[in-house]
Design a protein around this ligand. Structure first.
Ligand code: AHR
Length: 310
């Protein structure tokens, strides 16, 4: 083969590599909340815009399904694996397999308890800070005695553990605020309604001052339960939550809820930025990339609802 043919062949190979399709496997938690659906949609849309092929697995809130999905992605030899973990523990063996296969792993949203070398980066909000912000609103808006009921998220998930920690850290310094009931409602609207009904049966409903829900979806279910009990959510029982989904902004605009701490669902762009950089050879990627969110109240809820529901 002469030099000219060799040069032509290398050029052809180079141009093929330049347009080589990137395939990403994404093991998502499930579709338990409006926030999660917005996040999944963002991942799909952003992949489409960049010409990235996204293999999407809805794990139905089961870690075992997520691990199976990751195993499949490894067998498919995808270019990168994204995991939004259901719970924090139990990830080391499967991440070791990905590492042995030289497939970078990106952790989104909730955290994992594993060696940092097993993943490229984590892109997430500070969940403790969210709990702190939620409690600060209550402290500023309730000077009298305040008995709180709490709807926790999925047991073992960072979003539930850290939001609880942040909220308690603040109210522990205020003797007038006490959590009198606390139970998981798994981040879903139906369970939020059921568990709130139980709280309202177990306590004198008129003695409950506030509901602290670890996400908007459970808060929306609980609002329905409060309404059905004859009390006014947002007035008789203050409603405090996290996420900032359109339905919750509507509830705040209608005076049925009081405050939410926003959780940014737009994780697609930062995720694919990192993957594309890494696949081009850039290894200078921070272990943690933070997203942030503001606190929203009834004051701007109608306006925010308009913006977010378009
Ligand atoms: O991990 C983030 C939480 O998961 C969101 O706050 C909740 O809506 C979702 O289910």
């Amino acid at each position: 083969m002469n030099i000219k043919t060799l040069a032509m062949m290398s050029l052809l190979l180079l141009s093929q590599n330049a347009v080589a399709e990137i395939v990403v496997g994404f093991a998502q938690v499930g579709s338990e909340s409006g926030w999660r659906t917005n996040f999944s949609n963002d991942m799909r849309e952003e992949a489409k815009q960049r010409g990235i092929t996204l293999k999407f697995a809805d794990s139905q809130q089961q870690q075992a399904n997520q691990i199976r999905a990751v195993r499949t992605f490894i067998a498919m030899r995808v270019d990168a694996i994204v995991v939004a973990p259901v719970v924090e523990t139990g990830w080391t063996p499967i991440l070791r397999q990905a590492q042995r296969s030289d497939i970078p792993v990106i952790i989104l949203d909730r955290n994992i308890r594993a060696d940092e070398d097993l993943y490229l980066t984590r892109i997430a909000s500070d969940f403790v800070e969210e709990g702190v912000k939620a409690a600060q609103w209550l402290v500023e808006n309730e000077q009298g005695e305040c008995r709180v009921v709490e709807l926790q998220g999925t047991v073992g998930s960072t979003a539930a553990i850290d939001r609880g920690t942040g909220f308690n850290r603040v109210i522990d310094k205020h003797d007038n605020i006490t959590i009198v009931r606390s139970q998981t409602a798994e981040f879903t609207r139906n369970r939020g309604k059921e568990v709130m009904e139980n709280f309202l049966r177990a306590e004198d409903p008129y003695s409950i001052c506030a509901l602290w829900a670890h996400n908007d979806e459970m808060a929306l279910g609980a609002i329905q339960a409060i309404k059905e009990s004859g009390l006014a959510p947002g007035k008789d029982i203050k409603v405090i939550s996290v996420d900032g989904i359109p339905d919750y902004f509507l509830a705040m605009a209608n005076g049925l809820a009081n405050v939410t701490v926003e959780l940014d669902p737009h994780l697609g762009a930062p995720t694919y930025d990192v993957i594309q950089r890494y696949l081009k050879g850039d290894t200078d990627i921070p272990k943690l990339i933070r997203t942030t969110g503001d606190v929203y109240t009834q004051a701007t809820a109608a306006e925010e609802y308009q913006k977010r529901s378009q």
